[in-house]
Design a binder for this molecule. Sequence first.
Ligand SMILES: NC(=O)c1ccc[n+]([C@@H]2O[C@H](COP(=O)([O-])OP(=O)(O)OC[C@H]3O[C@@H](n4cnc5c(N)ncnc54)[C@H](O)[C@@H]3O)[C@@H](O)[C@H]2O)c1
Length: 254
Amino acid sequence: MGNDTTGQLAGHRAFITGGASGIGAEMARRFTREGATVVVADVNDTLGKQVAVEVGGEYVHLDVTDSQAWQKLIPTFEPFDIVCLNAGVSTHQNVIGNISNFPLEKLDNDAYERIMSINVDGVVYGARAVIPGMVARKSGHILVTASLAGIIAIAPDPIYGLTKHAMVGLVKSLGPALEPHGVCISALCPGFLDTPLVSELAREYAKSFSMGVMEISIAGDLAMRALTERIPGSQWTVMAGQPICQYIPAPPFS
Ligand SMILES: NC(=O)c1ccc[n+]([C@@H]2O[C@H](COP(=O)([O-])OP(=O)(O)OC[C@H]3O[C@@H](n4cnc5c(N)ncnc54)[C@H](O)[C@@H]3O)[C@@H](O)[C@H]2O)c1
């Protein structure tokens, strides 16, 4: 896959966590088609290297929960114009869907700590590692993959909802904090997209949650919209059969 030197992201350099699969891999493909060069970061080395080869980019092993790894890695790969803090998991591997399966009292500490460390710590560590360089260069855009579950309830996986609401809160608050420094941060809040994260049960639930499961290409469109509009602290959402739109809370909370 070649870089389009006339694309909307020509000359840009992007770093994508969770880039080996699903939404991250799709952003890697789309950004490359738009002219960017991409660094794919993941813990799945086999798939991550495959995506990097496909897009003509680089692969790096990064566990987003390892704060020291972030601090070592970013200075060796900078500068970045776009950083996608995208790696994320659901509470129970590949399972969301049946409310009665996962009452909170059955949540063990390992499962709780795993999702909190990947979905919350991993994004905070990533933002902390990349913000100084972006602020020094007075440029850059951080895209955090939150979810529609960061805006509305997701009853079958309340802890997933917790982590994604946390991401929306982080992005909302960092938006105005970064804006004076020339840096933008936005949240991607899609409904269900066709990735390995979404189990068969979740596909059933998706009919009520976000009107179905969307094709993965929508993830690229959503990311491009957020990058193009460049609104600090904004949330961008899409549901099956609906256009991409900015989520704007009703006054007086807007
Ligand atoms: N698929 C959906 O319906 C959907 C909808 C809204 C938001 N999201 C969010 O999008 C993001 C990507 O999910 P996806 O659907 O593409 O899932 P996916 O399972 O296809 O991809 C997730 C990637 O993250 C990587 N990863 C997991 N733990 C990691 C870690 N500790 N360090 C680095 N990488 C790690 C995995 O190896 C995998 O490549 C997640 O944050 C998810 O919550 C997904």
